[in-house]
Design a protein around this ligand. Structure first.
Ligand code: FAD
Length: 288
């Protein structure tokens, strides 16, 4: 099913994410993760894509495994390091295999990457335009409540976001954030700018202290005092940190829903137990 129909038809949606294996030999492990995760009946499941296109071979296999579990897949696709021929062939494959949902991304700039004169793709809107021209895909894009790290300022970032949405996006999924106030401000900015597609709130359950440092460094998102205190107190105790991270994410989602944000994406990072514990904490809330 297309994600825009799911978002339209369901009062509340909670989606999960998996990343593909680095090698074929590990594909069975990823499929096992998926078979565990689908038991919690997420509204859909997204599959990440290597910034340099390394994961393209797995997209169909993984989408099929998700569908087999009765859940709609959303395949990510990055373009920066790709050629038009490569993207055309991936899109042909998606069409042939019935993959109807794509999260269209530029991709992070790999270390040591040099833009060539013949660079075909520069930003995600170019990919969105091409996918839209095919006519049949439901297309999502990324957005950044605390501004994309490469942007000079928020005004510029939102202006680019509006252009990208106008190229044919059906929905947006946000970068992770740990302070809901930041997300509410961002939604207001989107409304002022006339960005009217659904914005799915991206929630990252932080289950170990190392992970948060790396995530914050890469994504430019800020940590509220409350979360820093949790890390100070429990960061060295893996079990306690995991439990606190799951509860923090669950509370974030409850607050979002109480404030009318009904579409949540959990960056589940191939951790079915984390996904399950959050869903358990929301059981009556999401079925309300
Ligand atoms: P863009 O929309 O192109 O934006 C990138 C930057 O360029 C922004 O600063 C923007 O303001 C600016 N910009 C946009 N248009 C223009 C323009 N016309 N002129 C000048 N500047 C412009 N990465 C992966 O490799 N694989 C994944 O599977 C993946 N999944 C993700 C899922 C989500 C929900 C999110 C939030 C991010 C994901 N990423 C993934 C990371 C993403 O690829 C990076 O954040 C990347 O740096 C930007 O991608 P984008 O699609 O947002 O790019």
């Amino acid at each position: 099913m297309k994600i825009n129909e799911i978002l339209k038809n369901k009062k509340v949606t909670v989606s999960f994410e998996v990343f593909p294996p680095k090698e074929w030999a590990k594909l069975a492990d990823t499929k096992k993760v998926i078979s565990e995760m689908v038991k919690d009946k997420p509204s859909f499941m997204s599959v990440t894509y290597g910034a340099s296109g390394t994961a393209s071979g797995y997209a169909t296999e993984i989408a099929n495994a998700i569908r087999k579990g009765g859940i709609s897949p959303l395949s990510h696709l990055t373009c920066l390091t790709s050629t038009k021929e490569k993207i055309d062939s991936v899109l042909d494959g998606f069409e042939k295999n019935g993959i109807e949902n794509i999260l269209a991304l530029r991709g992070d700039i790999p270390k040591d990457f040099v833009m060539s004169e013949n660079q075909y793709y520069h930003n995600a809107y170019e990919l969105v335009t091409e996918i839209k021209a095919r006519g049949n895909f439901c297309i999502g894009g990324a957005c950044y409540p605390e501004t994309h790290p490469e942007s000079h300022n928020r005004v510029e970032d939102i202006a680019h976001l509006k252009e990208k949405v106008d190229c044919g996006l059906d929905f947006l999924t946000s970068q992770m954030f740990f302070d809901n106030g930041v997300f509410y401000d961002f939604l207001e900015m989107c409304a002022i700018k006339g960005i009217n597609v659904p914005v799915i709130a991206g929630i990252m359950p932080i289950t170990n202290a190392k992970m948060i440092r790396r995530s914050v460094e890469l994504s430019n998102c800020s940590l509220p005092k409350k979360f820093e205190k949790i890390m100070e107190r429990f960061g060295e105790n893996p079990d306690a940190m995991k439990q606190a991270g799951i509860i923090y994410a669950t509370e974030q989602i409850i607050d979002l829903m109480a404030n009318g944000v009904n579409n949540i994406h959990i960056y589940t990072m191939n951790k079915p137990d984390v996904a399950h514990n959050i869903m358990k904490g929301l059981s009556a809330i999401i079925n309300e």
